[in-house]
Every structure is written in structure tokens, then in C-alpha cells.
Design a protein around this ligand. Structure first.
Ligand code: KIV
Length: 260
């Protein structure tokens, strides 16, 4: 599915349902369950490869998994692929060369982490036909600088995040992921932007939600506070995925217990 159709959906008020996806079988299942966006996340460094961060993931890894997911989805969902650590930070040209490989493997949109330092990169990519999803808040590729903890808790940090979001939107970003920020701030950013926001650990007021599939299936030994095991009490993977999609579309997930 191409991005404009998805954006129409979001602008008509439908919440965007996103899941991470790393292989063709799950892509087929998720697409048949009506998941809007399959995110080939660099979280595969942890979920698939067993590392303790996303940092060791290579561009070759991302291309391999993007190709598999795109084949499985068969054009029935938007494929978003992460630009991995080290594949875009050096320059806009480096970002374009990396993004081109992901697009050739079947991505419809690429995602990169960061605010002001990446505004020019977002402009460079979008002016060359590469749709971009920006990612603010907790940035897993910066774990060595920040740890895995909620971000933007002070008013200064919140204002900086809002300024970054507006600058990324002005540079051409099509979507914005907000990870692990206070619910009120996510609501404020969502109100201020015309592009859709997709939250994870950012409360219920975003225009969509994303969850790591392993968290949804209860496979993560120490799940983050905002995760929910949707397989619990269900008889199949399909039921768990549909349960998640329904809960997001109805505005029932995340609940207050996932948004502290
Ligand atoms: O890689 C990933 O899974 C992500 C989500 C946590 C948004 O970036």
C-alpha cells in the first residue's frame, strides 16, 4: 500500500495501527488482519538477534528483513523500515544512499531517530522521493547517552521536542513516532502538527499506536510498562493481533495503566 492512501485514512480520523514485523509469515498474517503499517524496526537487534540494544544492527540486516516483510505483505500494508544506527547520521547523502537500499528492498517509507540535527536530512530525502517518518522522545539508538527512560519531562525539554516536531514536519516528514514521553506532551504535539503522530509509551492521544510484536505476544522477559500481552486469553496469533488492532482503533489501548 502506498503512503498517500494511509494518510487519507489518518486525516479522516481513523487511528493508524502499527506493529513491528521482521519476516514474511508474520507480514502476511498482519496484513490480513488489517494492520496499517508494518515497521521493520531495528528492534530486531534485540527481538531477532538477541543483542541488548539496536546498535549492532547493520544496513544489510535491515535490507534482508525489509525484503522479507515486503514480500509477505504483498502490497496490503505500508512497509516502514528503520535506518539503522550509523547508516544516516554522517550526512544527508549517506542517508539517501542507505534509504535507497531500503526502498529497493520494498520499503514505502523510512524512519530515522532525532530532532534538529536531522532536519536537513529529512528535507534532502523527501525532496528526492523518499517519504520519512521522524522519531522523537526516547531514541533507542542514543541509549548510551540517555538510557531507556521517559524523555522530555521538563518544560524546556518538552518545548524543544515540540520545536523539533514542527521543524521535521516543515522539512517534509510524513509521520512522527513519539516514544516514551508524557501523555500530555504527546497530546500537545499531536494537536500542533498536521501530520499524524504514532505513539509508543506516549498515551492514547496520538493519531496511531505502534507496539513491538514480541511485547504483544508476551515474549519479552521484562516488558516495558507501556506494553500489553494481547495473546493472553486468546486462542491464536491472529486473534491477538486483531484484538490489538481493535483496541487501538477504539481508543482503548493504551489505557491509563500503560501511560504512567
Ligand atoms: O525499532 C523499533 O521497534 C521502533 C519502535 C520501538 C517504534 O523503532
Amino acid at each position: 500500500m502506498f503512503l498517500p492512501k494511509l494518510l487519507e485514512k489518518a486525516h479522516s480520523g481513523e487511528r493508524l495501527v502499527t506493529l513491528t514485523c521482521y519476516d514474511a509469515s508474520m507480514a502476511r498474517l498482519m496484513a490480513s488482519c488489517g494492520i496499517d503499517i508494518l515497521l521493520v524496526g531495528d528492534s530486531l537487534g534485540m527481538t531477532i538477534q538477541g543483542h541488548d540494544s539496536t546498535l549492532p544492527v547493520s544496513l544489510a540486516d535491515m535490507v534482508y528483513h525489509t525484503r522479507a516483510v515486503a514480500k509477505g505483505a504483498g502490497g496490503q500494508a505500508v512497509i516502514m523500515a528503520d535506518l539503522n544506527f550509523g547508516s544516516y547520521q554522517a550526512s544527508p547523502k549517506q542517508a539517501f544512499a542507505s534509504a535507497a537500499q531500503l526502498m529497493a528492498a520494498g520499503a514505502n517509507i523510512v524512519k530515522l531517530e532525532g530532532g534538529a540535527p536531522f532536519v536537513e536530512t529529512v528535507r534532502f530525502l523527501t525532496q528526492r522521493g523518499v517519504p520519512v517518518c521522524a522519531h522523537l522522545g526516547l531514541l533507542p539508538q542514543s541509549v548510551n547517552a540517555t538510557g531507556y527512560r521517559m524523555q522530555a519531562k521538563t518544560e524546556d525539554a518538552a518545548q524543544q521536542l515540540l520545536d523539533d516536531a514542527l521543524a521535521l514536519q516543515a522539512a517534509g516528514a510524513s509521520l512522527l513516532i513519539l516514544e516514551a514521553i508524557p501523555e500530555k506532551l504527546a497530546a500537545r504535539v499531536t494537536q500542533a502538527l498536521t501530520i499524524p503522530t504514532i505513539g509508543i509509551g506516549a498515551g492514547v492521544h496520538c493519531d496511531g499506536q505502534v507496539l513491538v510484536i514480541n511485547d504483544l505476544l508476551g515474549l519479552t522477559p521484562t516488558p516495558p510498562r507501556f506494553a500489553k500481552d494481547f495473546l493472553h486469553g486468546q486462542g491464536s496469533l491472529e486473534a491477538a493481533i486483531r484484538n490489538y488492532a481493535d483496541a487501538v482503533r477504539r481508543g482503548e489501548f493504551p489505557g491509563p495503566e500503560h501511560s504512567r
